[in-house]
Design a protein around this ligand. Structure first.
Ligand code: AMP
Ligand code: GLY
Length: 429
């Protein structure tokens, strides 16, 4: 079967790498891909949000399955457009994609189905928002309702900061239309964890746990990013906690989809805060997490094409899924300045020196002359590379990952040095 992956980051490289291991694969395309994906799939110059372009390509090439990586095409209804052509798709339809595209929609869903989450209120008027400053005390959490590349959340420590944030979102419109509606939330303390699940109408099946490091600097300081690294399994997940998450969150969400007529098929990514009172939902995403996927898929033993086809065809309940017991650590190498402004076009050296058993997933890279003919690889994004080591213990995976990170360099290369270590907030649990 020919498969088309939509997207061009580290997540898509990890998905492509895993799909390549499938005996059922006869062709692999990626739109638009990157310099790393180009080594294992045919990259086609179609933007991830070019719906007619993607659907047209899939039809022309006789693609049997389209795998959608990022949230934007999902929110635009790419899955619906692909299915309308009779092509199988991995990724939820537009109606279900609101679970990521609108935080207000998700909060209402969680409330309706009794799923634990932070208390909240929603606002569409700036003055009403300003008069609600401090509603749940400080820090105050303000969130743009819509999609904002993981950057639409402001945590204001003081009244003055909260007022500035309200003004910035609703006055200056720093998040554009995504900030026309604002969610204010109670601040939760605890440890964050990500539970990625395969979902269709027959079952919800959690993958192995992972933890992302969202802040840009060591010790969880600095602004939020898309994610600076991840490891799997999470050091804070115990069997008891997994049972609670299943009983209090995953099963009620799955039942809620049924009750609300949401025919979700794809990955439900549950962002959790593990608090003293128990696990609470911070957010839902409706796709593989990035970089979590770069830490989790290397531990998947089952053929991912089989799983994706089962999900697309609502057969997940009968699908066996097996995991490698070992530990993984993924360190993201980013451009100086990310998540703000950064330079691109810097030459990357040392890629060939990396040990053979280390996985090197490209996120923001391109070839110097724009085609795979050129051997020189340049930086082309905020997150440039994700380097994953899999080993028999968390310490060994961490050691192997950093030992190899040292071999790579590019101007302005920056990475966190504490990926794989238990976050400081773990002592709050
Ligand atoms: P979100 O986009 O909703 O996942 O939020 C981005 C990040 O902001 C989360 O990963 C948390 O680190 C933080 N955050 C979001 N909501 C809350 C909350 N209610 N309390 C504390 N931190 C939060
Ligand atoms: N790592 C967080 C995300 O993919 O949104």
């Amino acid at each position: 079967m020919k498969v088309l992956i939509v997207g061009g980051g580290g997540r898509e490289h990890a998905i492509a790498w895993k799909l390549r291991q499938s005996p059922g694969l006869s062709g692999l395309f990626c739109a638009p891909g990157n310099a790393g994906v180009a080594a294992i799939a045919e990259c086609v110059a179609i933007a991830a949000d070019d719906i007619p372009g993607i659907v047209g390509f899939a039809k022309r090439e006789g693609v049997g399955l389209v795998v959608i990586g990022p949230e934007v095409p999902l929110a635009m209804g790419l899955a619906d457009a692909v299915e309308a052509e009779g092509i199988r798709v991995f990724g939820p339809n537009k109606k279900c994609a609101r679970l990521e595209a609108s935080k207000a929609f998700t909060k209402a869903f969680l409330a309706r189905h009794g799923i634990p989450t932070a208390k909240y209120a929603e606002f569409t008027d700036k003055n009403e928002l300003l008069s609600a400053v401090g509603l749940y005390g400080y820090p105050m959490v303000l969130k743009a309702d819509g999609l904002a590349s993981g950057k639409g959340v402001i945590i204001a420590e003081t009244k003055a900061e909260a007022e500035r944030a309200a003004e910035a979102i609703m006055g200056d419109k720093i998040f554009g239309a995504a900030g026309e509606r604002v969610i204010v939330e109670e601040y939760l303390t605890g440890v964050e964890a990500s539970a990625l699940c395969f979902v269709d109408e027959s079952a919800i099946v959690p993958m192995e746990s992972a933890q992302d490091y969202k802040r840009v600097f060591d010790g969880d300081r600095g602004p939020n990013t898309g994610g600076m690294g991840a490891y799997s399994p999470s050091l804070v997940f115990t069997p008891e906690l997994e049972t609670r998450i299943r009983g209090e969150i995953l099963t009620p969400a799955f039942d809620g989809f049924k009750k609300d007529g949401l025919d979700f098929r794809g990955v439900l990514f549950v962002g959790l805060m593990l608090t003293k009172e128990g696990p609470k939902v911070v957010e839902f995403n409706n796709r593989f997490g990035d970089p979590e996927t770069q830490a989790v898929l290397p531990r998947l033993k089952t053929d991912i094409l089989d799983i994706m086809l089962a999900v697309a065809e609502n057969r997940l309940a009968g699908q066996k899924i097996e995991w490698d017991k070992r530990n993984s650590v993924c360190v993201v190498l980013a451009s100086d300045g990310y998540p703000g402004a950064y330079e691109t076009g810097e030459r990357i050296s040392g890629l060939d020196a990396v040990d053979g058993d280390i996985l090197l997933f490209h996120a923001g890279t391109r070839f110097e002359n724009g085609s795979p003919g050129g051997t020189q690889i340049l930086t082309d994004g905020g997150r440039v590379l994700g380097l994953t080591a899999v080993a028999g213990s968390p310490e060994e995976a961490r050691r192997r990952a950093y030992e190899n990170v040292m071999k790579i360099s590019f101007k302005g290369m920056r990475y966190r040095k504490d990926i794989g270590l238990l976050p400081k907030t773990a002592r709050d649990l």
